[in-house]
Write a protein that binds this ligand. Structure first.
Ligand code: THU
Length: 143
């Protein structure tokens, strides 16, 4: 990923904060998912009065892409904070990490946590979900 691509992902993730639907937590999250075909899929968190149907920004982005036939990804940028103020980094929740495990190579997929254009950290999926369970674990062993 080039610096220009990283900055574009941060800008795109930040632009999603305005769509975030958070009447309960008021914690707004935006995501920008870069597919290997160069396309960027966006996502915001969408809360629900029954709480558990809430969808995180990352999963919104993944499910939009997968529902359009795209399954190969390079990186995701996540931003968030109370009332949309980027006070801190917003790491992906455990459920979103598991969804990433389904579609991404843990040693390659990059997760950009940003607080602004000149304040970001990049992790590999492997670092955020060590010993993660993925599709490979369901493959039958050749013995
Ligand atoms: N949230 C996300 O969108 N992504 C994460 O990975 C962390 C949590 C959302 C869910 C909920 O709407 C709000 O942040 C507070 O948990």
């Amino acid at each position: 990923m080039t610096e220009t691509q990283i900055l574009e992902l941060i800008e795109t993730a930040v632009s999603q904060l305005s769509f975030s639907y958070t009447p309960y937590s008021h914690f707004k999250v935006g995501a920008a998912l870069l597919a290997k075909n160069g396309q960027i899929y966006t996502g915001c968190n969408i809360e629900n009065a029954a709480y558990t149907p809430t969808n995180c920004a990352e999963r919104t982005a993944f499910f939009k892409a997968v529902s359009e036939g795209v399954r190969e990804f390079e990186a995701i940028c996540i931003v968030g904070g109370p009332e949309g103020k980027l006070a801190d980094y917003t790491p992906p929740c455990g459920v979103c990490r598991q969804v990433m495990m389904e579609f991404c190579r843990p040693d390659e997929f990059q997760i950009i946590l940003a607080r602004g254009k000149d304040d970001y950290k990049i992790y590999k999926l492997r670092d955020l979900i060590p010993q993660g369970f993925g599709p490979g674990n369901l493959e039958e062993r050749q013995e």
